[in-house]
Structure formats: C-alpha cells, structure tokens
Design a protein around this ligand. Structure first.
Ligand code: SAH
Length: 228
C-alpha cells in the first residue's frame, strides 16, 4: 500500500468513527459528552486484528486472539457512562482483552488498573497501550474475580465479562460512593448489566439493560472447564 492510500484509509476510518458516534451512540442515548469525546479520541482500529481494521467502526464486538472479543463500542460507552466518572477516579477494569476499554477509561479517570487472566492478551494489550501513549493504564495478569487488593481502593470497578453473581472480593475494594458495573446472569436467564453503589457499607443495585458477554472465569466466577 502506498503512503497516499494509507492516509486515505486513515481518513475513511476517522469519518467512520464520527458516523459511529452519531448513529450508534448519540442516537442510542449515550449523551455524556466526556464519554463521547473519549470514544472519539481512541483509534479502535489499533485494537483489532490487522484484517479487521476496516470493520473497526461497525458497532459490533470483533474477535481478537485467544477466542476472546473486543467489546462493542456501544457497550464500552454504556459501561463508561454508567460508572459516572468525572476525571479524578481510580478505576479497576476486569477483562483487559484488547485494551480498548482501558484506553477509553484512561480518558475518563485519573488512573486505570486493568486485569486480564490470559497472559498473552495482557502482554499484547500492555505493549499496545504503551505504544499509543496511554500512560495512566496499568495492566496485570491475574484472576480478576479476586479484584486487585494491591491497588485498592477503587472509585469504580468495571467488569467486561459475565458472572452468575457478584464476586465477593469487590465490595471491600470499593470506596464509599463507589460503583461496580458488571453483567450478571446465566446463559439460560440471559445477562443484565448491573450497577452496584456502595453507601454506608451496603451495596444498592440497579439493573441497566440486557447484554451478551464472554464468561468471567475464576475463583469467584465461572469454573475454568472449557478449553481457551
Ligand atoms: N475490555 C475488553 C473486552 C474483553 S472481553 C476490550 O475492550 O477489548 C473479556 C475479557 O475478560 C477476555 O479477554 C477474558 O479473557 C477476560 N477474563 C475472563 N475472566 C477473567 C478473569 N477472571 N480475570 C481477568 N480477565 C478475565
């Protein structure tokens, strides 16, 4: 490809990003201007496999390595908006995957800690986030159902894989007023996005909508019984 057509392709992607924000986010009730600006600033094409770059701004999940997926932009925007971030927060993301969600969160919070259980994905994401200059993101390889005690407490915990119940360790790693955004449910009942908010030592819960996620696998999630 000549450099001319490469820059044409970059322009096409930029236009596609703007169209996606208009059509799939703004028109579907994502109105938080900070979230829209964050999505607009992150080049999603850098987080998908080379041969999917031209699909980067279709509003859908796409396969990445290790049988995992990069979340749909609408879902990323929805979870970020649900977390009600103002810019000063310390955030924990569970399920780094491609690193895209962490990159978006890095534009909305002060510090982002993100945990991935598959070492290969964690190291690819860490390399990519560093190359793209997302300096306030820290990537860890571990079982994220344990939370991340060494970096706690958090103002928000965002879980990008689904579990049947809320992993126990999260509550004690949350600041007063903190939020946990997590899809809960089983394959038979379907998954709902929950927001838990901590007030006076108690979590209140709200159900925000129906979504589909890959399973959260770990001590306080699904057992690891299927091959990766
Ligand atoms: N936020 C990601 C979406 C990744 S999909 C993105 O923007 O690309 C969910 C990810 O959660 C997968 O990579 C999966 O390996 C990971 N995962 C599943 N169970 C986990 C656990 N217990 N701890 C950490 N990561 C987990």
């Amino acid at each position: 490809m000549s450099s001319h057509s490469e820059s044409d392709f970059d322009d096409v992607l930029k236009t596609a990003r703007k169209t996606m924000i208009e059509k799939h986010l703004r028109q579907r009730e994502i109105t938080d201007p900070r979230v829209l600006t964050a999505i607009e600033s992150v080049p999603r094409e850098e987080f998908v496999p080379q041969d999917s770059r031209r699909f980067a701004y279709n509003d859908c999940a796409l396969p990445i390595d290790c049988h995992q997926t990069i979340s749909q932009p609408f879902t990323v925007a929805f979870m970020c908006a649900a977390a009600q971030l103002t810019g000063n927060e310390t955030v924990l993301e569970i399920g780094t995957g491609s690193g895209y969600g962490a990159a978006v969160l890095s534009q909305l919070a002060r510090e982002v800690h993100t945990v991935e259980r598959i070492p290969e994905l964690a190291s690819q994401a860490a390399e990519r986030l560093q190359r793209l200059g997302y300096d306030n993101v820290h990537v860890y390889t571990d079982d994220g159902t344990l939370g991340l005690p060494q970096a706690a407490p958090f103002d928000a915990i965002i879980v990008t894989a689904s579990s049947e119940q809320l992993p126990e360790p999260y509550q004690e790693q949350l600041n007063e007023g903190g939020r946990i955004i997590i899809p809960l449910g089983s394959e038979s009942t379907g998954q709902r996005m929950y927001r838990f908010t901590l007030h006076g030592g108690r979590l209140s819960e709200e159900i925000l909508g129906a979504f589909v996620f890959v399973p959260l696998i770990g001590k306080f999630g699904h057992p690891s019984d299927r091959p990766e």
